[in-house]
Design a protein around this ligand. Sequence first.
Ligand code: SF4
Ligand code: SF4
Length: 151
Amino acid sequence: MTVTPASFIKGTVSLAAGMGVTLKSFFQPVVTSQYPREVLEITPRFRGHIKLLASPENPLENMCIACGICVRNCPSGSIKKVDGEKREGEKRKRVTVYMLDFTTCSQCGICVESCPSKAIGFSGDFNIAGLKREDFYFDLVKEFDKRKKAS
Ligand code: SF4
Ligand code: SF4
């Protein structure tokens, strides 16, 4: 391959242009994060799996009354089971089991919108991982209790 003066100059200019871009980026602020050591704050609009929300009056309780409306409205059949019990002296039922199959959930939000108690919302969990299907079956009551203990 013969290197002509013209191709040499063209190559040098191209190299200098590339180095210029690299040098410019070198002095600009870093826009990436060192995940997992540094985890960015997730936007409130992010849709992870659904979760039971805490009552504004009592953060230790969730607001689900186990009415089953979300189960009937879910177009994907992802809410497998919702059950509850009415304790003595209480006016409303309390949820005891809330099984979600997250493998089929499309995060459409119909369950969230149709809940009469505003008891569910989307979690900010973006990094869940598993090796088998069952790793994505969640009991939201247990998950709520876990969050409650952690807070
Ligand atoms: S977000 Fe949509 S698909 Fe997922 S559980 Fe709720 S209704 Fe079903
Ligand atoms: S989450 Fe809402 S719609 Fe679903 S069972 Fe509980 S109260 Fe009813």
